[in-house]
Design a protein around this ligand. Sequence first.
Ligand code: FAD
Length: 387
Amino acid sequence: MANQKKTPIAIIGGGISGLTLAALLERAGLDYLVIDSQELGGMIRGQNEHGISLDYGLKSVPIGSALNKNPLVVLKERLGLRLQFDSWTEPPQTLAKNEFVPFVGFGENKLRILITEYNYYLTPERIIVSQGWQKLVDQLLQIIPAEKIMTKSHVTGVGVSDDAITSLTLNGSTQLNVGRVVCTLSPSVLSEIFPKGVISVKLLQRISKTQTFTAINLDLATTQKISEAKNFFILNDNVDQEFYVLGQFPSNIDTARNLSSVQISSWLTLVDQESLQDDENGSKAIRTMKKLIKRMFPELLENVKWERLLVVPTSIGHFEHLQLEKNGTLPGLVNFWVAGAQVGGVHRNILNAIQSSTFAADQIIRQVDPQRILRSSVEVPAQTLSP
Ligand SMILES: Cc1cc2nc3c(=O)[nH]c(=O)nc-3n(C[C@H](O)[C@H](O)[C@H](O)COP(=O)(O)OP(=O)(O)OC[C@H]3O[C@@H](n4cnc5c(N)ncnc54)[C@H](O)[C@@H]3O)c2cc1C
């Protein structure tokens, strides 16, 4: 049934991108609605396992510098969040002839996209949100009123008139009239939700070049302390030269997970989405991960008390730059902003998510009411930290 009321600003997606946007719009006194098909927080929510709140995979970001302030720190200051960070500086290590040595890089490798992604994790100076990223989700949700959030609503289509979006279709049937829309989803979704002919052929070509990867994340809990190290470890398969596993002991970094009962290590690999169409390839990737972990820390797998496996499709992608308008809207559509982890960089990460959403929020605030610039507003630097 058609809903006659118009939602002034619809935010598609309630991950870190959507929630950042919503909190900034809330502080500016604007009306909006966050729409999410599943759980709020998206890929930065925490999960409870065996009484411990574990992050949704390995999570840390480059620390930033005085000149290029970390967008996460900017967000904390701007919204007055009560967040604390843990930081450390430890160059990554790898195994060579049964010895740990400093990791010098990936060398010549065909999988350039993956290497860019992995490099993001390997800058030695890093920070995390103490006590997990769920804390950030929780604090953003304290700013956003519950009535401005709509869950279990999957955006399946958009209505377009002339050069503007007029409505969103939710769960295939409900129609929501909208004034402005911000999409924080992967650009690959755009070709699915738009009616034919609305997006230019050139743009569709760019979108079709998107290459997405599935993240396989394995957390292992051992009763024995296996390592005191804080750095990332990089494991490489001798057989499949392009199969890398990145690992770390969050217990050694994160005060909240420094438990007396278990030590937790987290291991991550990225696998081409297409190759995972075959189930056997997924199982093989997990077996190879375990084999490599065993080579690096033989005692680790022998002492596993419990493990958690997360398989997250399209978590990482390589996106051809969408070439948005100067104000962040999609060319040809004056009221449709694209924000999210993939905007402003080729790969999806938390810093891109926060930075692009902050930018979109500011553009909208300026457009709605130029007087309404936040008093606490701090300009976000144009460039995200590059790895
Ligand atoms: C295992 C793993 C480890 C990672 N480690 C790091 C790290 O160490 N550092 C780092 O910076 N980044 C890391 N990342 C990436 C980072 O988590 C993401 O880039 C970031 O959280 C994405 O935020 P987002 O809000 O843009 O997207 P998402 O978190 O994906 O949020 C999108 C939201 O939209 C909803 N949605 C999807 N489709 C629809 C639809 N059609 N209609 C309505 N709602 C919809 C989803 O339910 C979701 O809640 C990691 C990711 C994974 C999977």
